[in-house]
Design a protein around this ligand. Structure first.
Ligand SMILES: [Zn+2]
Length: 175
């Protein structure tokens, strides 16, 4: 009978001992071994997970470190290049592009605020006159003229003789 050695343990002796045990002891041993194996697997899983996170963040840190060093070298050599060649460093025109959108937004906002005001101004001009004036000569309407207009629907200006109809009356009454 060949003996199997794993981790310097005589497994054959353990198996022989296990086989001579009563059945309830074998069940208990199997449950115990299963529980230990499960715990070992969970433990190994979390250890590997922790190691993986550790390696990930180390690599990430190294990446940003190298990126920063590369950017630093780039700025240094760029500065040396412009210093040696005597050329002036071109100014990036990104600033006006960033300022443009807010101005357009302000113009849009002003337009949106102005649009509702226009109708109210027109309605004020129609409604507000407390005294009616002739649209032809500009003279003030008399009370009898307004009364005639309301009664017959047609009246004539006493100053210029211009005919006033029901439509003109309605515009007066809307005050
Ligand atoms: Zn008139």
């Amino acid at each position: 009978m060949s003996e199997v050695y794993i981790f310097n343990i005589a497994w054959q002796e353990i198996v022989n001992w296990f086989l001579v045990q009563p059945i309830y002891a074998q069940v208990l041993v199997l449950i115990g071994v299963f529980a230990v194996l499960t715990l070992a697997v969970i433990l190994v899983y979390y250890i590997l997970k922790g190691v993986a996170y550790l390696v990930y963040y180390i690599l990430k840190g190294v990446y940003y470190l190298l990126k920063g060093i590369g950017l630093l070298f780039y700025k240094i050599f760029e500065g040396l290049y412009y210093a040696i060649s005597g050329k002036t460093k071109p100014v990036k025109n990104s600033a006006p592009e960033q300022q443009a959108p807010p101005q357009q937004q302000i113009i849009r906002q002003v337009k949106q605020e102005q649009e509702p005001i226009v109708p109210t101004q027109q309605s004020v001009q129609i409604v507000r006159p407390e005294v009616a004036y002739c649209s032809e000569c500009g003279n003030k309407f008399t009370g009898s003229m307004l009364q005639t207009l309301q009664e017959s629907g047609v009246a004539y200006c006493i100053h210029c003789g211009n005919k006033k109809t029901q439509a003109y009356e309605m515009s007066i009454e809307s005050q």
